[in-house]
Design a protein around this ligand. Structure first.
Ligand code: NAP
Length: 302
């Protein structure tokens, strides 16, 4: 029997519906909406389309949304001053700077300038330090790993004591999801192995996985015979493997040999329509959480 599909598109709908209810409760209690600013520098087409989707989603939830577009020529100091103004703005609870930034701007410096209490993308070192400590210390989860964990939990995948193998150790996906699933607590308690290009016998590690999470950016890296029968497979990879001559749009593929894997796995995410749609939903969830914390006076608590 082919594996059950875990649809990020469907889960996103459900999560956004839940958030709509929370936004209404926040408005009723505090007379204010969650505030999100999306800062876009320049006109990189991929960034423009990502930001447009984020803005539309925020608006559909009834957020106070500011789309702040700046020219490519903005200086680093001007951008830092802009972030500082949003750090101080009580109506803004989340600040998102769309990456990549132009070469003359130090990305790290910019991301570190965001108030950690408004770091809804989850990239600030304090946010990641809190994530490492776990439990009540956690403030915001980085969006893509948060989406992966939601998919696992909402699809009923057992993580308690499960062997999880994560392929790829990036700061935005592989490292944080490894930490999150290895924490003590519900939706975690897994035994996690993190593998990368220096790992010996990659296939053997993958074959042991009850839950296999692949974020390498290499199309077709994980072969059908690397998958344990009945495993849950989360394919984070988004690779452009060609152009559809009819639509002119990119043809996307994940890091897993999907057709073969679907015959072996118990559950699997598609690409597109898997992890991708969850990332924006998690950005919205973080902004709603931030609004509760700020408006309720809990944002500055340790
Ligand atoms: P990244 O920074 O591109 O790094 C890739 C990681 O995979 C590295 O740790 C690398 O190992 C490892 N790797 C690459 N080739 C490998 C191989 N042959 N065997 C074992 N490990 C290998 O990672 P990323 O930014 O997390 O992106 C990974 C993929 O996820 C990309 O396709 C990206 O587009 C996608 N992505 C999707 C979303 C989303 O859907 N929302 C979000 C983020 C990323 P080393 O460290 O040893 O080099």
């Amino acid at each position: 029997m082919p594996a059950e599909l875990i649809s990020g598109t469907e889960l996103r709908k459900a999560i956004l519906e839940e958030l709509r209810g929370e936004v209404a409760r926040i408005k009723e209690k505090y007379g204010k909406a969650p505030g999100l600013v999306t800062i876009l520098v320049g006109e990189n087409p991929a960034s423009v389309s990502y930001v447009t989707l984020k803005v539309k989603t925020a608006e559909s939830l009834g957020f106070h949304e500011i789309q702040d577009n700046r020219p490519e020529s903005i200086s680093e100091e001007e951008l830092l001053a802009l972030i500082d103004s949003y750090n101080k703005d009580p109506d803004i609870h989340g600040i998102l700077v769309q990456l990549p930034l132009p070469k003359h701007i130090n990305e790290t410096r910019v991301l570190y300038a965001i108030d950690p209490d408004k770091d809804v993308d989850g990239f600030h070192p304090l946010t990641l330090g809190r994530l490492l400590i776990g439990g009540r210390a956690v403030r915001f989860l980085p969006c893509t790993p948060a989406g992966i964990q939601e998919m696992l939990v909402r699809s009923g995948t057992n993580l308690d004591g499960a062997e999880v193998v994560v392929v790829g150790r990036s700061n935005i996906v592989g490292k944080p999801i490894s930490v999150m699933l290895g924490q003590k607590g519900p939706g975690a308690n897994a035994t996690v192995t993190l593998v990368h290009t220096h790992t010996k016998n990659l296939a053997d590690h993958c074959r042991r996985a009850d839950v296999l999470i692949v974020a390498a950016g290499v199309p077709g890296l994980v072969k059908t015979e690397w998958i344990k029968p009945g495993a849950t497979v989360i394919d984070v990879g988004v690779n452009r493997i060609g152009i559809n001559p009819e639509t002119g749009k990119a043809i996307l593929s994940g890091d897993v040999d999907f057709a073969g894997a679907r015959e072996i796995a118990g559950k699997i995410t598609p690409v597109p329509g898997g992890v991708g749609p969850m990332t924006i939903a998690m950005l919205m969830k973080n902004t709603v959480r931030s609004a509760w914390l700020h408006l309720g006076g809990g944002a500055s608590e340790a």
